[in-house]
Design a protein around this ligand. Structure first.
Ligand code: SER
Length: 310
């Protein structure tokens, strides 16, 4: 059977680039983009698009049938900062859509699901350096709670019904094509836009807040790699890591290219979220089991971001 792919949340930061990568790999007509809002021209013009609300079970089913979908990438989510402002809505979006697609897979309507988790599953009681694959998971944020619950549901459907669902825990994702929205790690994208536009940036995290980050190229690679090949015997929400830095370090890297760039710090409520997340991640299991490897270090990320945005 040929792959027919549905990307839910295709207009978002990761979804938009993932859709294009999947179209390049499987053919434009084989990858259906869907979202509640239109995406960029490149995505809208290169292949099929459906308006789809990820919390609308009946509508998801209609689209699965209409396009004979075999694989779903469920990228729709409300990120950490916005979720703190709308807890119930965040739970609804982050949880229900997942439960629907898991149930459709259980019924045999789908072959494979990709569902991303996050470093937000970790909390204050988790070791913050070299955070292990298996460790204490006591997230303090609504977003983190939904991601942790989602991981357990994926595990449940995998073990009980043999559902092929695959997960990685994304760190903060840095990219230039589509802006992220509502995340705690978003400063690491905003900073580039402001550096080029205004020559300065007021950071909403404190200068020493070190967090795990990854360039979009690497995030796409990790996503395609884990989806390649046969189903896994056990469900693991894999830690994947690339770089870790704090705002001051990122600013320094930017200053090597834009020497006049200035950064100031005005931590807001997102500081409390970041303070519960890891500084660095141990992703040795992903490196061992499916040969995960990142390509972009901080210097390479900064160079590529500034080149593409200017
Ligand atoms: N980038 C996300 C956030 O900040 C973490 O998964 O919410």
């Amino acid at each position: 059977m040929t792959e027919k792919i549905l990307v839910i949340g295709a207009s978002g930061q990761i979804g938009s680039e993932l859709t294009m990568r999947l179209r390049a790999k499987y053919g434009n007509e084989s990858v259906i983009a869907s979202d509640i809002r239109e995406g960029g021209a490149e995505m809208m013009e290169s292949g099929p698009f459906e308006f789809l609300d990820a919390t609308d079970k009946a509508d998801i089913l209609v689209i699965l049938h209409k396009h004979e979908i075999t694989t779903v990438y469920l990228m729709a989510a409300m990120l950490s900062a916005t979720a703190e402002k709308h807890p119930k809505k965040a739970w609804d979006i982050n949880m229900n859509a997942l439960l629907y697609v898991l149930e459709f897979a259980e019924k045999g309507l789908l072959k494979t699901i990709f569902w991303p988790s996050s470093i937000a599953v970790f909390g204050e009681t988790t070791p913050r350096d070299d955070t292990p694959q298996k460790t204490i998971l006591e997230p303090a944020t609504v977003y983190g709670i939904s991601k942790l619950a989602g991981e357990r549901w994926c595990n449940y459907f995998h073990d009980k019904f043999g559902v092929d669902v695959r997960t990685i825990r994304y760190p903060g994702i840095i990219s230039w094509k589509t802006m992220p929205g509502g995340g705690t790690t978003d400063y690491a994208v905003e900073i580039f836009h402001e550096a080029l536009k205004k020559g300065s940036y007021e950071c909403f995290l404190d200068e020493k807040t070190k967090l795990p980050m990854m360039y979009m190229e690497d995030a796409l690679k990790a996503t395609l790699d884990i989806m390649d090949g046969e189903a896994f015997d056990t469900y693991v929400a894999y830690n994947v890591a690339a770089v870790s830095f704090h705002p001051k370090k990122l600013a320094k890297e930017i200053q090597t290219i834009l020497p006049d760039f200035k950064i100031t710090y005005k931590p807001d409520f997102r500081q409390q979220i970041a303070d519960t997340w890891p500084r660095t991640i141990d992703d040795s299991l992903a490196r061992k089991e499916w040969n995960w490897k990142h390509d972009y270090d901080t210097t390479a990320i900064v160079k590529d971001m500034l080149k593409n945005l200017s």
